[in-house]
Design a protein around this ligand. Structure first.
Ligand SMILES: C[S@@+](CC[C@H](N)C(=O)[O-])C[C@H]1O[C@@H](n2cnc3c(N)ncnc32)[C@H](O)[C@@H]1O
Length: 329
């Protein structure tokens, strides 16, 4: 909702407090121990934190609708029980968002310099196992319900071999195999740390043998060839414009004639100032990457044309995202 008065502005600015309270509670594992009503002293003892401080935090969480407060203490409200406690936990994405907090804290510096402090960034991105794990598990948290919805509208008639570039935890790979049973192989190409998560998430999956995990860095390693379809979801935004064009040209090379390339992103409209999710995400990429941002549907369509594809289309596929697709002649 667009702010219209001073109160709205105050609400907008205070938003960070609610976010921080939820992120810290999630990091503490608070929701995981509040499956039943418990007093502050008891919970503080288990978590090893200060009782008075925890009580203030839990009161705020109650006011936010994440906890319920009864005569004997606090317990999870239904939404916290559903997503933040042990069963079907989806808090990895919140841990990932919290990991990005320091980079956002430097937004003023980023605006002055034009980009993040890369030395610090490379340490965060490449040396911290927890950072990487929460990032990839977080992708699964976000796409578990979205992926089946997004892939169901694609035309994969006749496709047998699909390449998922930056396929992360394998959530899209499974959604493709479920929606298009004629696929005989889905290859997930990703960095080794991401494939470690995919391997874990695919354990016991009935079509595990149809998923191939190909470790590599798309800046330097080959995709192979002979793919009928290529899916590149939420990857371009981490690359510069030149990086996107190089990656797309490389993907087109790996397609068979008649094969289709699908790019899935938070797509900006031609103003580049809407929709809100994409415009905010552009700033997220500004603080987190060297040269990434959100891109417009027409920009991506132009790159597909430049890479030699035909029948190019831009389509909205969810509330926040769109697909740009094209066919190799
Ligand atoms: C934002 S996630 C998107 C994951 C998934 N495609 C989705 O839509 O949920 C970006 C993915 O690209 C992968 N990635 C980033 N840089 C890469 C590189 N240089 N080579 C291969 N994969 C890369 C990441 O490991 C991650 O799995």
């Amino acid at each position: 909702m667009k702010p219209e008065n001073f109160r709205d502005l105050m609400r907008l600015v205070h938003g960070f407090e609610s976010a921080k309270i939820l992120l810290v509670a999630n990091d503490l594992g608070l929701f995981r121990v509040l499956d039943r009503e418990r007093g502050a002293v008891d919970v503080a003892g288990e978590l090893g934190v200060d009782t008075r401080a925890l009580e203030l935090l839990m009161n705020a969480l109650t006011a936010l609708g994440l906890l319920e407060k009864g005569g004997d203490g606090y317990r999870n409200a239904p939404v916290a029980a559903q997503y933040l406690a042990d069963d079907s936990y989806r808090g990895h994405i919140f841990r990932h968002i919290h990991h990005c907090w320091d980079s956002w804290n430097d937004l003023a510096g980023v605006i002055r310099r034009g980009g993040p402090d890369l030395v610090r960034e490379s340490v965060i991105l490449h040396d911290e196992e927890a950072w990487n794990r929460d990032f990839i598990r977080g992708m699964d948290d976000v796409t578990r319900e979205l992926a089946p919805q997004v892939v169901s509208g694609l035309d994969l008639a006749g496709a047998r071999r699909l390449l998922d570039v930056g396929g992360g935890p394998g959530t899209y790979a499974r959604a493709f195999l479920a929606a298009y049973p004629q696929l005989t192989e889905v290859t997930i190409f990703d960095l080794p740390f991401a494939l470690a998560v995919a391997r874990e998430r695919l354990e016991g999956y009935s079509r595990r043998d149809d998923v191939r995990l190909l470790a590599g860095d798309f800046h330097k390693d080959a995709f192979g060839d002979g793919f009928d379809a290529i899916w590149i979801s939420q990857v371009l935004h981490s690359q510069s414009e030149a990086g996107c064009r190089t990656l797309l040209a490389k993907a087109v090379q790996a397609l068979v004639p008649g094969g289709r390339l699908f790019v899935h992103e938070f797509l900006l409209d031609d103003s580049h100032a809407a929709p809100l999710t994409a415009a905010l995400f552009a700033v997220h990429m500004l603080v987190m990457t060297a040269g990434g941002r959100a891109y417009g549907g027409s920009e991506v369509a132009g790159w597909l044309e430049e890479a030699g594809l035909v029948d190019i289309e831009v389509r909205k596929v969810s509330d926040d995202t769109g697909v740009v697709q094209g066919r190799k002649p």
